[in-house]
Ligand binder design. Sequence first.
Ligand SMILES: [Fe+2]
Length: 249
Amino acid sequence: MANDDSYIEFKNYFDIHAHILPEVDDGATDLTETVNMLKLAASENITTIIATPHYVCGRNNPEPDYLEKLRLRVQKEAYDINKDMRILLGNEIFYSESVIEDLKRGKALTLAGSRYVLVEFSISESYNTIYNAVTKLINNGYWPVLAHAERYICLHKRTDLIKELIKAGCYIQVNASGIVGNILNSKAVYLRKLISSGLVHFLGSDCHDCNIRPPIMETAVRYMIKKCDINLSEILYENPFKILENNYI
Ligand SMILES: [Fe+2]
């Protein structure tokens, strides 16, 4: 059933998960691709992007100072496309034991300088490992956001476990592209059910390029308006604002 949100004109979306900085990970290969991705993001009504290049402990990760220089460069390009567009910085952190130390030393970045940490795992990781990892982050003063939660095999169709993670203090991010699909697309139907149940806090595009993994948001929002019986302003605006304000949800 459609909800009252169908009468609201949504715009100015947040994308808290984007591989849009050039030449730092498997996302944008150069500044030209970054600019093309920004144009696509603008056409999807995305105006706030947290750039989240991959961070893997022990790898040769780009220094935060270098990422900040890139962010400023990309912000300049974004401003030329849409003056309301802002680019912020974070990392998508592949969890390992030493992540906490890297976060404390400022080598790995939280989302937009907040306590929120976008964290990912191998898709076949065990539930216990994920649970223990997010608990460790929380105990060290961070607020974990589980990246593309729909991917993990151990969480598939396990809303009980997702609820348990949320109860422990973890936040759930899903990829906007996963929401798009008709009734035959069981993954999309399941994700919309999760959203309707209030078990998703954030959307991200997880964009890597313009073609295979583009920055999409508008189409996902249209599906949510039609299929999710929930007040969408929380997931679209209120929760992402909490990141910028560094307030917990
Ligand atoms: Fe990602």
